[in-house]
Design a protein around this ligand. Structure first.
Ligand code: 6PG
Length: 449
């Protein structure tokens, strides 16, 4: 009998199978596409010796029968319909106290619904967010768990085997609360990831379009910055800047349309629901949306006067502006967690979240460690240090935004960060007038200072 089953052997599923098997966890594997195949992962078994021990099934019932009870079934199929179908099928064939572990990027609202559906059948549910991508999973992913606490106790030793060392010397997984809170924390992770990706993309664009830097010199700047930023996203961006296809840089060959898997949209919905500003994420998402209007953009571009640009960028100022924006990105995300804790009566600890993200995750960086160690992250808006740091970098953000405006370069997220800081640090907002206008036509009462 095997200890665990994995359903969904795509890229992440395969990495997870390799990692778990490497740690001597006995595995059964099943994927819908294995049906009618006699030895579905023969090639992979040749490539990766650690997979030799796994049992592979092309029939879901035989797969289930091969796992000891209570069964631990890890689902790694794409969120949405495929994921829902697997859960619906498993409910009909699993036994009491078996555990369904949904490791996809599932919308927290759906994982809540799934938990209720699963519980009716006396099956336990864990919704876990897994960060790290195919390589990160092999090296030790960051895992954010929510769901049934007794189920968590049954899987935690194995999670400990496959995760990485964190900043507080624990392993990069943790339990954040019942039902959908693991997927919620993963959704927040992804929102931060989208903004960080956009900031790096904006910086690359500003430098490249200045005609003073080429791919080599920009990669060098990123590499220098990363000596102390230690950011996974800066690191992979540097590698991508230098990547070539047929003697041409990749970034000169690929188009500019960026897709998304939905996690950023869900987070924006939570922001609206809870009344929290997520202006940086909104701007990062807008940029992806606008990128899809490719033919429209190309047409409009023909009617715009193009001036050939050459401008100087103060790289130190740019680094400081980047720090400012990254800090605001985390502030907005932390405020959403706080609002969710308050409204839903949750108890997600931001320090615990940062600890789990400090290794194995896509957003791992020195900034995460710095926030964890040196700021009051649970009450970030009352933290004097972060306000001092932002104030210190503010003039650099203004300089960088002015440079971008003068040269018609769109650098999404920078302006949103500055605007947020200006608003959050103001004791007299323009909403004074909104209050007065509402009073005029809506007969809303007026609040006097
Ligand atoms: C991770 C990532 C990952 C996510 C991709 C794709 O932590 O490993 O967040 O889970 O699915 O980054 O996101 P988009 O396709 O929406 O860019």
């Amino acid at each position: 009998m095997n200890n665990w089953g994995i359903v969904g052997i795509g890229r992440i599923g395969l990495s997870m199978a390799r990692k778990m098997s490497d740690k001597s966890i006995n595995l059964s594997l099943y994927d819908k596409i294995f049906e009618n195949k006699s030895d579905p992962i023969l090639e992979e078994k040749k490539l990766y010796p650690e997979l030799k021990k796994v049992s592979v099934f092309n029939d879901i019932l035989n797969f289930i029968e091969s796992i000891e009870r209570p069964r631990k079934i890890l689902i790694l199929v794409p969120s949405g319909n495929p994921n829902e179908q697997v859960i619906s099928k498993l409910i009909t064939i699993l036994s009491d106290n078996d555990i369904i572990i949904d490791a996809g990027n599932t919308n927290p609202l759906i994982s809540y619904r799934n938990k209720l559906k699963i519980a009716k059948n006396n099956i336990l549910y864990l919704g876990i967010g897994v960060s790290g991508g195919t390589q990160g999973v092999l090296e030790g992913p960051s895992i954010m768990v929510g769901g049934d606490n007794s189920a968590f106790k049954k899987v935690k030793d194995d999670l400990s085997l496959i995760t990485s060392k964190t900043i507080e010397n624990s392993k990069s997984y943790d339990f954040f609360g019942d039902s959908n809170q693991g997927h919620f924390v993963k959704m927040i992770h992804n929102g931060i990831e989208y903004v960080e990706m956009q900031l790096i993309a904006s910086i690359y664009k500003l430098l490249f379009d200045s005609n003073n830097y080429n791919n080599q010199s920009i990669a060098q700047i990123f590499e220098d910055w990363n000596n102390n930023l230690n950011s996974y996203l800066i690191d992979i961006s540097t590698q991508k800047i230098l990547e070539k296809i047929d003697d041409k840089y990749l970034l000169e060959k690929i188009d500019d349309v960026a897709e998304d898997n939905g996690t950023g949209r869900w987070m924006l919905n939570y922001g609206v629901e809870l009344g929290c500003s997520l202006s940086m994420l909104s701007s990062a998402m807008d940029t992806r949306f606008i990128s899809k209007l490719q033919s429209e953009r190309n047409e409009i571009n023909k009617n715009i006067k193009q001036s050939s640009k050459k401008y100087k960028v103060d790289v130190n100022s740019l680094k400081s502006a980047y720090k400012f924006c990254s800090l605001v990105n985390f502030i907005q995300a932390f405020c959403l967690i706080n609002a969710a804790n308050k409204t839903y009566n949750w108890n997600i600890s931001i320090s615990k979240v940062l600890n789990v993200w400090s290794n194995g995750s896509i957003i791992k960086s020195s900034l995460i460690n710095d926030l964890y160690s040196n700021y009051s992250v649970e009450n970030i808006l009352s933290d004097k240090k972060i306000i001092k740091d932002l104030n210190h970098c503010k003039s650099d953000v203004i300089n960088i935004i002015m440079l971008s405006l003068k040269n018609d370069i769109s650098i999404p997220c920078f302006n949103d960060a500055l605007n947020y800081f200006n608003s959050i640090s103001s004791n007299s907002l323009s909403t004074k007038m909104i209050q007065a206008q509402r009073n005029f036509f809506g007969s809303h009462s007026i609040k006097i200072k």
